[in-house]
Design a protein around this ligand. Structure first.
Ligand SMILES: Nc1nc2c(ncn2[C@@H]2O[C@H](COP(=O)(O)OP(=O)(O)O)[C@@H](O)[C@H]2O)c(=O)[nH]1
Ligand SMILES: [Mg+2]
Length: 223
């Protein structure tokens, strides 16, 4: 009975995600869904990213947390529309939450919708939100074995961002091993190593993102 209910929830989620994907296909909107454990540096990365996107793209941000508007407050300083989604206990965002709150950040069509998922490496990975790009973030303080322990999200992600590389001198984190683990799980994944604190790797990250936005807009224009 429980399994049946879960199956129906997933099916309803996937159907709505397909509707959203179709809508963003037509509008040429690139949708990024960033997933990581709590504290890996998602919001800080997005803050530094939004600074660099100012004047370049029309972006909107939806940010999920179990409680508080803290992240929305942080992200709303950069001139882009931001909406906090409070899940009140649910450990991931679902497509119906995105559909409900999308009008708050998308008045007349976006180039880029950024979704910061609830901090969790497991649940958010199974819920399709209609995004183009699932991006997984892993901080160097979490240990290089985490891709092996949580392969699902690394398998589904288009990019993996290794964050907080400014801390490497103080840690035993094995960067060569993490690169190998990530590529063993997903040989096609785009790997980025960066620090939101000292800016290392940020240009490469933002250029990759802008390239994705451009590619989707071009596909849209050529129709
Ligand atoms: N040293 C260092 N700390 C960082 C970096 N990025 C984020 N942090 C810190 O990590 C903590 C969690 O960051 P936050 O962006 O809130 O993570 P989130 O929970 O994944 O959104 C905060 O104290 C940040 O200041 C970084 O690149 N280097
Ligand atoms: Mg956050």
């Amino acid at each position: 009975m429980k399994v049946e209910v879960q199956k129906n929830v997933m099916q309803a989620n996937n159907e709505l995600a397909a509707v959203l994907r179709d809508k963003w296909e037509k509008s040429g909107t690139t949708v990024l869904n960033i997933i990581s454990s709590p504290g890996s540096g998602k919001t800080t990365l997005l803050e530094r990213t939004l600074e660099r996107l100012q004047g370049k793209v029309k972006a909107g941000i939806l940010v999920g947390d179990i409680q508080t508007e803290n992240d929305a407050m942080r992200l709303s300083k950069y001139g882009f529309p931001v909406k906090q989604i409070i899940t009140s206990g649910t450990c991931h965002l679902e497509a119906h939450m995105i559909e409900k709150h999308l009008p708050d950040v998308d008045a007349d069509g976006l180039d880029l919708l950024i979704i910061e998922n609830v901090g969790n490496l497991v649940c958010p990975s199974s819920y399709d939100l209609g995004e183009d790009l699932k991006v997984v973030a892993l901080s160097v303080t979490e240990g290089e074995d985490k891709p092996l322990k949580y392969p699902g999200i690394f398998r589904r992600a288009k990019a993996a961002v290794i964050t907080k590389v400014d801390l490497l001198p103080f840690l035993d984190f094995d960067m060569t091993a993490v690169r190998e683990h990530v590529h063993t799980i997903n040989p096609d994944i785009h790997l980025v190593e960066l620090s939101s604190k000292n800016g290392e790797g940020m240009d490469a990250w933002v250029n990759w993102l802008l390239q994705k936005v451009d590619e989707k807009k071009k596909v849209n224009l050529s129709r």
